[in-house]
Design a protein around this ligand. Sequence first.
Ligand code: PEP
Length: 249
Amino acid sequence: MQQRKKLVAGNWKMNGGLAANAALLDGVLAGLGAPACGVAACVPAPYLAQVQARVAGSALALGAQDVSAFASGAYTGEVSAGMLVDFGVAYAIVGHSERRQYHGETDATVAAKALAALDKGITPIVCVGETLAEREADQTVAVVSRQLAAVLTKLGDKAAAIVVAYEPVWAIGTGRTASPEQAQAVHAALRAQLAEAGEAAAMQPILYGGSMNAANAAQLLAQADIDGGLIGGASLKAADFLAIVAAAG
Ligand code: PEP
């Protein structure tokens, strides 16, 4: 039987600097070797060149934290998928809750960004997740299904090339984690939705994100439909990130 691919992706968010990045990458690369799963670091745009040079020849893939929906033009501050390709970017996070919350990104924007990435051969990591109020109102599956449906509809056949990340908003950066059972229930619903888009889409990784760390990763990753993690805070500590990679293997 074909195995689903696994992926552990770090999301450095707006952290780091030349010296801190170098030290973090030294630590990660010293222990990474040939991991059993895919591993990526999604870094701030100004450091793409630095990280590209340092990870060359290693198993650490380069990712971006966002991508413009547009190819070029008068979009001050935006970074296009074509520009990311120039730096060897393999993954781009789209629809992170911090982009939805602080930058007003809608489901339609997220879908357009996912398409822009795919059209340049970059794998979008499509984030979906409910707020605490939505969970308490029993709206979790309705919310994440709506968010994913916007992307699947826009992508059509290309949906078979995305990665999905389930990130409950109430668990991001809060130290609160979804229980393995809570996460698995949502992942199973997302898997069923991907399956409606085709067999190939159903084989794509669905990552969990939200305060995943070295201590809780193994339990979360043991769930049937959790294929890896999108890791914020713990990706800034080499030992913790490597422990999560090992747990995913
Ligand atoms: C994230 O921002 O994608 C994330 C999962 O953050 P943290 O691990 O810090 O909760």
